[in-house]
Design a protein around this ligand. Sequence first.
Ligand SMILES: [Zn+2]
Length: 215
Amino acid sequence: MNTVECTFFCLTTSPLFLPSAFILTGFVLSLTGYFLVRNSIGKLRFYWFANILALVNAPILYFSMKCSMSLFLKIYFGYAIIAFLFLGIAPMAYRYYLKRIYGFQRDKELEDMVGVKRVYILNTSLPKAFTLGRDIFVSAGMIDLLEENELKAVLAHEKFHVIENRTPFLNRMKYLTFLPLSQDRIEIMADEYAERIAGKNALISAKRKIDEFYS
Ligand SMILES: [Zn+2]
């Protein structure tokens, strides 16, 4: 038997075949939903499901294997553990770096503006806004540069990233499941979400001001 036949044989004769096939069906449905749905949050939800189901299926496949193909899965799990550790540690290290270089403090008013748990003001005059895990960082420079509705658009864009990161380790899963969702696509979805929250004009003028600042 070659490795493909062997894998097929292992899977179909495994007592775990049924749960695995069930999860695979869910995965295919989620992926279909992801491609069909237009709303950015809905798209993200289907994408989460697909990622989660793909990850749940990985150990099931692993325990179904008795053949040489299990080497492939061992390599995958080795990779998964390293990627998980690395991708888990990197944001923490970056946060520590930000604290040391700029310093930041929480701001209740900004948190209430878009309804997120934690917004920090970064002590720098450069306009910056980004999300680390579930925390949004916006710089003092950004607050000075923008009007309230523009700031709301920027925060709403970042809130989309918080929602994106809310599912446990979704950002890390992307690397583990190899499901396609490019950073460009995520940025477009975040902008669509920001337009819905703060209005298209607010987002456009915020972007224009930031571009002008840096050009
Ligand atoms: Zn973004």
